[in-house]
Design a protein around this ligand. Structure first.
Ligand code: UD1
Length: 381
């Protein structure tokens, strides 16, 4: 009997996570896939370019929810997705990451009685002031299949009382996408467009409400970033929220030592990060990408849900107000930065492992998908 999986994506970091999962599931016989884009991100440069570059199929449904408050956005996804679930009647819903679309899809699917699989389960910052932490907690609580990127994810879920047989340590799907595209990321184009030489510049991304919504906090951060901007070019592809706040708060002049550019597509951004001297960010995923690329990463946050990037990778927390940035940057410039290693199962095959787990969950043939998958107790399943 055939089965149908429905995938839900909505915001920029979701697209690179779903691509390897959908690609791997194409090999499962008797499995149909439906892709829903909630439209949480909708600009060409925040969404559409990723579909093209990552070879994602056109979404079967586009809910077009757009921006709004958390309740408006989450509610709009729930209303739209409830109708889609009634029409498609999937056997399983796959959600990725920790954005509002992820949370909304988990709630509405669980209430419709459709099992949910969460890719990137188990990550915890233990900081409930972050909307993403609430999204992670609720999504994991409602998911039947929990696919973790790192061992800390397994431990967090076990500590919360999740049954070990529901936890599958599969590795990091976002790294599948990175490794698949790294060799054809257009470095020479990017280098000439921004007039930069390898390792002689920094890349900056900043978009967390906690960092950019408060004018005083944002001004302090800009001053600390500007100290780096006087030492080397800082290329700053600005998220729309950040660009808007710079104008609203009258802070454009404070950013004059930063080279602000439009948001970049996946391949250009990958080329830029891969050749950077260091990366300054408050993003979640970029902490992981820099760890695999071996580029020093300074994270402008007080905590991270991705501790493996600090313990094993190239990531250093410099505080949400960037107070530790100067010292951390000086250490790297003096050759004392972290070198790090690639965490376990961040090997480019996580999508296959996810597909194997999902095929078995649905009672389908998973031959050819098997890569070593370790369960929560470390026992291959
Ligand atoms: C969302 C996620 C965050 C993720 C980030 C990646 C939540 C709670 N947050 O944050 O975890 O790290 O995506 O980018 O889900 N906007 C545009 N065009 C777009 C999208 C957004 O102009 O295509 C502007 C709008 O002014 C909007 C604002 O950006 O109000 C914020 O967008 P939103 O999706 O609410 O949250 P992000 O900050 O992007």
């Amino acid at each position: 009997m055939s089965k149908r999986v429905l995938h839900v994506v909505g915001a920029r970091p979701n697209f690179m996570k779903i691509a390897p999962v959908m690609a791997a599931l194409r090999a499962v016989p008797a499995l149909g896939q439906t892709l829903v884009h909630t439209g949480q991100h909708y600009d060409e440069k925040m969404a559409h370019v990723f579909f093209e570059e990552l070879g994602l199929p056109r979404p079967d449904f586009d809910l077009g929810v757009g921006s709004g408050t958390h309740a408006e956005q989450t509610g709009a996804v729930m209303v739209g997705l409830e109708r889609v679930l009634a029409e498609v009647e999937p056997d399983l819903v796959v959600v990725v990451g920790d954005v509002n679309s992820t949370l909304a899809a988990a709630i509405v699917s669980a209430k419709a009685g459709v099992p949910v699989a969460h890719v990137e389960a188990g990550l915890r910052s233990r900081d409930l002031t972050m909307p993403e932490e609430i999204n992670r907690l609720v999504t994991d609580r409602l998911s039947e299949v929990l696919l973790t990127p790192s061992r800390d994810g397994d431990r967090n879920l076990l500590d919360e009382g999740v049954a070990p047989e529901r936890i599958h340590f599969v590795g990091n799907v976002m790294i599948d996408t990175l490794l698949a595209h790294r060799t054809h990321a257009p470095w020479s184009d990017v280098a000439s467009r921004y007039d930069v030489a390898a390792r002689k510049y920094a890349v900056l991304t900043l978009h967390r409400p906690a960092n950019v919504d408060d004018p005083d906090r944002f001004a302090t951060i800009l001053d600390r970033l500007s100290a780096i901007g006087r030492e080397m070019p800082v290329i700053f592809p600005a998220h729309p929220r950040t660009a808007k706040r710079l104008l609203e708060h009258g802070l454009i002049d404070r950013a004059r030592y930063l080279r602000m550019v439009e948001p970049l597509g996946y391949l250009e951004f990958l080329a830029l990060v891969d050749h950077a001297g260091c990366v300054l960010t408050d993003s979640g995923g970029i902490q992981e990408e820099t760890t695999v690329l071996g580029v020093p990463c300074f994270t402008l946050r007080d905590n991270t849900e991705r501790p493996v990037t600090i313990e094993q990778g190239t990531n250093t927390l410099v505080g949400a107000d960037a107070r530790g940035l100067g010292a951390a940057f000086a250490a790297v410039m003096n050759g004392g930065g972290k070198h790090g290693r690639v965490p376990e199962l961040w090997d480019g095959h996580a999508g296959l492992r996810v597909a194997g787990v999902l095929a078995r969950f649905l009672g389908l043939d998973s031959v050819g998908l098997d890569r070593p998958v370790a369960g929560a107790a470390g026992v291959p399943q």
